[in-house]
Write a protein that binds this ligand. Structure first.
Ligand SMILES: N[C@@H](Cc1c[nH]c[nH+]1)C(=O)O
Length: 420
């Protein structure tokens, strides 16, 4: 029989959803503490939005649909672009900094058929000037959130989209060669990169600067020193200086240990114009978060809109995390089975209402129900004509009134270790 399961499809079970939900709450709470407010953009967008602007998702990667009038639409392939469009169209020039976050599904057709086509991104976009403080604050938020998620062994790699672009300006290589070169740098494939560069007509010192780019990886202080050797002009000098400035601010946040400079870092999106970064966890080969400055994207809509942002890949975070328990048990409300005698039904429902007001999960059953139908719970409350009893941890306690019962349940609810 056909199983109708799409390649790369992932349904989410009750348990997985709980873990996912806790993870997302953790992200959202942290974003809010840095002043971010949640927004949402439409799932459907005009294909033209992505086909006419530069620095966007590759057209082959977009999932297309046709509406009833024959217009080609795409399922949201990126969030940064529509948010920038939305802000740029509504705000003209920004009167003040604007910090927005989102938790949204992103649809991309990957080369590998087994890859997910639908992923969830939890990200932030900070519309504000390119200053070391703004950039450092955004990076610190990424680090802070990684810590909240319980990751200890992670690194934030920092690079600059402009440095490489500036080097490329010194050459006359075409679009296709550039793509090839970027892929080689990204995979640090020196064995193929050297012969590839040799067959291009590029000046020797620029060539050797490009060659050293993938090697510029490591401790920020060391890399800053080494990078000076590849500087070709004042523009590049200023770009490097801007990275140093951000690094200096990050030191005051006390976060230098989480940082690595990677000047060979190339982010998939082409809209980045300045500092870029990615977050990695030990033993996981792909970045769990990526972001950077994209100061020129707004210009393609109505107005210039300097901005920086990043997004976590929620599905990858879930896979990477080996401490699922941490998320699973956090915030799980106390679950109560309330069994009432049929002639006490009205009072039973009233009690259930009171208990739910405390945020507990309450399931009600008449006391003559079949026990095998019962959903397991942390404890059982028996409400009989003359008695109010709590059955928990193998013990039965009798109460005089519902307030007394609620008091005991509150104590239990606070105790994380508590189980039936
Ligand atoms: N939209 C980027 C991440 C990002 C958010 N803000 C800036 N960059 C991506 O999908 O890779």
């Amino acid at each position: 029989m056909q199983n109708y399961v799409l390649n790369g499809n992932k349904d989410t079970s009750v348990e997985d959803f709980q873990i996912r939900d806790n993870l997302i709450s953790t992200l959202k709470e942290r974003f809010k503490t840095y002043g971010y407010k949640q927004v949402r953009t439409s799932t459907f967008e005009y294909y033209d939005l992505y086909s006419t602007i530069t620095g966007t998702v590759s057209q082959d990667d977009m999932m297309k649909v046709v509406d009833s009038s024959g217009k080609v639409l795409v399922l949201r392939p990126d969030v940064t672009i529509p948010i920038t469009r939305m802000i740029s169209a509504n705000r003209g020039t920004l009167p003040a900094d604007l910090r927005l976050f989102y938790v949204l599904d992103v649809f991309r057709q990957n080369q590998e058929p087994s890859d997910r086509k639908e992923t969830t991104q939890a990200g932030v976009e900070f519309f504000g000037k390119d200053t070391p403080e703004n950039n450092a604050e955004t990076i610190v938020l990424a680090i802070h959130t990684m810590r909240d998620l319980g990751f200890t062994n992670f690194k934030l790699e920092i690079g600059h989209a402009g440095l490489f672009k500036e080097l490329i300006k010194q050459t006359s290589i075409n679009e296709q060669e550039l793509e090839q070169l970027q892929a080689l740098i990204q995979s640090k494939n020196m064995a193929e990169m050297n012969p590839f560069l040799d067959q291009l007509s590029i000046e020797e010192d620029v060539k050797s600067a490009i060659r050293s780019i993938p090697l510029l990886y490591g401790n920020p202080a060391d890399i800053i020193r080494q990078a000076e050797a590849i500087i070709q002009n004042t523009e590049m000098k200023n770009l490097l200086k801007s990275l140093v400035d951000v690094y200096e601010v990050l030191k005051d946040y006390g976060e230098e240990d989480a940082l690595v400079f990677n000047l060979g870092l190339i982010n998939n999106m082409n809209y980045y114009s300045g500092i870029i970064f990615q977050g990695f966890v030990e033993h996981v080969g792909k970045p769990l978060l990526m972001g950077g400055r994209y100061d020129n994207l707004g210009e393609q809509f109505s107005s210039p809109m300097p901005a920086i942002g990043f997004a976590f890949e929620v599905d990858d975070l879930l896979e990477a995390h080996d401490q699922e328990k941490l998320w699973k048990e956090k915030n799980a409300p106390l679950s109560i089975l309330l069994e009432y005698d049929r002639d006490m039904q009205r009072q039973g429902f009233k009690l259930a209402f009171q208990l739910r007001k405390n945020g507990w999960q309450v399931l009600t059953y008449p006391s003559d129900h079949t026990a095998s139908q019962q959903t397991p719970a942390d404890c059982i409350v028996h409400y009989r004509g003359d008695e109010l009893q709590l059955e928990a941890g193998g013990k039965v306690t009798t109460f005089n009134d519902t307030d007394e019962l609620t008091g005991t349940l509150s104590e239990m609810g606070r105790d994380d270790e508590w189980h039936v």
